[in-house]
Design a protein around this ligand. Structure first.
Ligand SMILES: [Zn+2]
Length: 124
């Protein structure tokens, strides 16, 4: 039986699992995002957790009003675009699991979710 905690995460998880790292997404009204200081802390935590290191400064951050998956017809909370661009929905820029999830994409340099690090290091 899922716990209430799982219910909270299910909609997010479903959205993210549809492929936030895929190439067929369209950010709406995207603009550069100056990463909050908390992002550096989260980056440090993700690196420790994954066991891989890369310079924080290589990441290009954007926030967007909407991140639309053209193919699936769904919206994402965040998206990673190789090699080093991360898009976060404006309403979710302070939500740690979403940001960390995209950080795992960045660190692993892979689009798929075929890694335990997403759950272990980002919580989703
Ligand atoms: Zn993802």
């Amino acid at each position: 039986m899922p716990t209430p905690r799982h219910y909270v995460h299910l909609p997010l998880l479903a959205v993210l699992l549809l492929g936030c790292g895929e190439s067929n997404f369209e950010p709406v009204a995207a603009r550069p995002l100056e990463p909050p200081s908390t992002y550096r802390i989260w980056w440090g935590e993700v690196q420790e957790c994954v066991g891989a290191w890369a310079p924080f400064g290589r990441i290009r951050w954007y926030e967007a009003e909407q991140i639309h998956n053209i193919e699936a017809g769904t919206d994402h909370r965040g998206a990673w675009k190789p090699p080093h661009s991360i898009y976060i929905d404006s309403e979710w820029v302070s939500f740690e699991p979403v940001v960390k999830h995209e950080m795992v994409h960045e660190l692993l340099q892979r689009r798929d979710h075929d890694s335990l690090f997403f759950q272990a290091c980002a919580g989703l």
